[in-house]
Write a protein that binds this ligand. Sequence first.
Ligand code: FAE
Length: 551
Amino acid sequence: MSDPFMPDKGSKGFSRRGFIARTSSIIGAVAVAGGAAATTARAAVATSATAAPIDSGAHVPVLIIGTGYGGSVAALRLAQAGVDVHMIEMGMAWDTPGSDGKIFANTTRPDYRSFWLRTRTKAPISNFLGFPIDKDVPRYTGILDAEEFNGITVYQGRGVGGGSLVNGGMAVTPKRERFGAVLPSVDADEMYDVYYPRANAGLGVTNVDQAWWETAPCYQYARVGRKHAQRSGFPFVFVPNVYDWEYMKQEEAGTVPRSSLDGEVLYGNNYGKKSVQKTYIAQAKATGRVSISPQHKVTSVAPATGGGYTVSIDQINTTGDTTATKTVTADRVFFAAGSVGTSKLLVRLKATGRLPLLNDEVGKGWGDNGNVMCGRANHIWDATGKLQASMPTAGIDNWDAGGAFAEVAPLPTGIETYASLYLSITKNPHRAEFSWNAATGNVDLNWQRAWKQPAIDMAKSIFDKINSKEGTIYRSDLFGGNKVWGDHLTYHPLGGAVLDKATDNYGRLHGYSGLYVIDGSLIPGNTSVNPFVTITALAERNIEKIIATDL
Ligand code: FAE
């Protein structure tokens, strides 16, 4: 089959006019195909057999809100300790293929499955060669939420598995000497001796085979990233991942269906990636003590007369409409709805009198992990490869000298772009606060776009130097309006219910016994690297203590 993204035969380099012509026709074709597929595929998903939804009036010993990293760790460890657990997840189960035979949509061909209740995609990289690439999609409870707040779009995974469904799988343990700034109230020895190793084992974290990496065409972009980093004197570090490397080798050999080598990531990986659905949640379900209600959204938690908590839940359909309202009771409730989900719930419940005794730290200490994106335009002799594995393997560590750790990111378009893309994590000091807006009935976040400037400056400590050394420039065609910096987003929301402030030092919420926070909202805004290993390790630490002392 001919590859429609391939440059014309015989062309020496990349032709802008040719690309645009081809891209428009592909986008057009995909829009039609996606629309046609939508009706039948939605029917297939609706018949998913997994859902054993909770009944209104039920009583459960433990209810967990959310099924990402924190929620999954809590569910598994509680179940292993003999406690029955019910998990409530607003997103879909993601266990049933659509009419194309795939559970998840491809990054280059977004369809109804791609976005959470949007009628138009909102890709993190909005443009290519200056042209917008977003397109209309049917409104559906898709996998990636681009939630918009003042000055920032916060990307989050929706579904059983949370962010693990959509992320790049980079499984990075912060350097030990930096841990004191990440979680100042936590004993580093315990974390590095016990809980980080436990988390890495539970998540299935492994290192890429470096000998293979050195020659694999799909990591040419990363090798170019290394060459440029090292020529400018920056440390280049390999980072582990949860992707199955043996599977990726087989993808390369053409013996299995492609996932990472087909550009799958943002809207889910059909194969190869060990999301928590396949690790913690699979193990938790195997205990027989854990059940899950997908497409159920917790709207309220309040003390119940006679002890425990009353939890209100909306069951929703695939267009986001409420089809049933349920009330259940639970002895204990774990908030694991992610930094944004947990913060929004707690701030609203405090302000509206359901949980008035929560302290004033609730909603505070929110950060974006200093995320900022940029691209560099390489010379024609520095091709980054038309085949790019979607799972990053490495980063440039300039944290101590310049405050930035830059992930060498793929740009899996299927064509040679001569672009190097980076997601930088920076020491940006700004922290925002969630607050209740009684007029709109929403929870607002007071982030300001200008607060990204320190992050940009820190990222520049790496890329200005590389550009100067290589004689290259920043790409200005990726984020619209000739912008060089992707300063409008974060993939890494953290904080809002900070450990040892809104909660005690193990995540027990002040003011209410039996209410816990166990997700990224405990971490005060920055982890110095990608966050999910730290979220998982902290959850392992806290749940061990809670099981030992509270249950
Ligand atoms: P999270 O995984 O977000 O799970 C929360 C769950 O709660 C979600 O499934 C929600 O749908 C659900 N929920 C929310 N509100 C409600 C409610 N009211 N009722 C019921 N359910 C609810 O939380 N991190 C890395 O370390 N490495 C990476 O390579 C990486 N790449 C990323 C790429 C992308 C595109 C994105 C979006 C994120 C990436 N991250 C990465 C961040 C990582 O996925 C994120 O930090 C964790 O998923 C956060 O884990 P939590 O358990 O806090």
